[in-house]
Design a protein around this ligand. Sequence first.
Ligand SMILES: NC(=O)c1ccc[n+]([C@@H]2O[C@H](COP(=O)([O-])OP(=O)(O)OC[C@H]3O[C@@H](n4cnc5c(N)ncnc54)[C@H](OP(=O)(O)O)[C@@H]3O)[C@@H](O)[C@H]2O)c1
Length: 332
Amino acid sequence: MNNSSVTDTCKDEGLLCHDLPSKPLPHVGTILVTGASGYVGGRLIPELLARGYKVRVMVRGRKIAYKSRWTGVEIVIADALNEEHLRTALDGIDTAYYLIHSLRLGPKSFEAADISASANFRKVADEKHVKRLIYLGGLEDIRSSLSSHLGNRIEVARELKKGKTPVTVLRAAVIVGKGSASYEIMQYLVKRLPVIPFPRQARNKCQPVAISDVIKYLVGVLEVPETAGKDFDIGGKDILTYVEMLKVLASFLDKRIIFVPFPFLNIRLYTYLAGLLTPIPNSITRCLVEGLENEAICNDESIKKYLPFEPMSYKEAVLRTIPPERQDNVPH
Ligand SMILES: NC(=O)c1ccc[n+]([C@@H]2O[C@H](COP(=O)([O-])OP(=O)(O)OC[C@H]3O[C@@H](n4cnc5c(N)ncnc54)[C@H](OP(=O)(O)O)[C@@H]3O)[C@@H](O)[C@H]2O)c1
């Protein structure tokens, strides 16, 4: 495995977890990363490689398309809806990251697909004696009923936990980073609209987290075996309303935007309009914007006992998404 080239690329992108309190564990066998073509999976793989782990990635697309993306990984083509595919993907695996999400299928179909995929995965992981599963899902809102998207993230955790293999569940709100669907939607709204009307739900609170901190938690729980079988909320340093998040983003992108409260704006109509305004597939935008209905803040801080590091503030996380040549305009 050529780890030095991976490490160099990652340093350039400011990706690596230099300040993780945990250390790589030499006895961990092959690690499977599912959702490798997705946002979080794509960021996790170089980190695992740089720390010396043996990695197998699971994708649905053609192998050739991924060959040049990661050096030193084994690529397996598998659909989680197919148990036979999973038998190949999970054969000889020590720990598997479960980062599968079917939002692309749209509001009517994604829930059933995600539940079947997680049920298959749990069943085959048990069959193949996988030692640990690590799943990244969404934060729970203990005050009110969950949107279909957030409810589904919790259901997937429950499904994975029905088996014998211990599951570590990490729960996060909006992940701030270039390429994260929820963050990209916010960027498009700010870049494209001079006036942003917002519904009352946009005053709900959120605890966004930087992608590099998410990667630290994902790798960290692997390297702290006491986290096996436990659930953790993970979040950034700040709690803001969704409108405050948009305002910070607007000031960092040097956009003068008028924010107009529309307390009676119907959330369904709002999700529909937001869907039309972003190039992200409409199905994804609608499901994610619906999540404004819920507060997304950490209810438990027990992760700090196992991985004591200071996560980034929202502003630091946003700053990381702005190219250096455009950072002169950023307010201090
Ligand atoms: N991004 C965020 O802001 C955020 C925030 C909190 C929590 N999370 C959680 O983090 C996890 C990963 O999210 P993400 O943003 O990386 O998602 P993503 O970019 O949408 O990626 C989803 C991945 O799932 C794969 N997939 C879907 N159905 C599959 C199937 N049947 N078999 C195999 N693979 C399948 C997709 O593969 P294809 O390319 O083949 O479709 C893709 O690689 C999710 O559980 C999500 O809830 C994300």
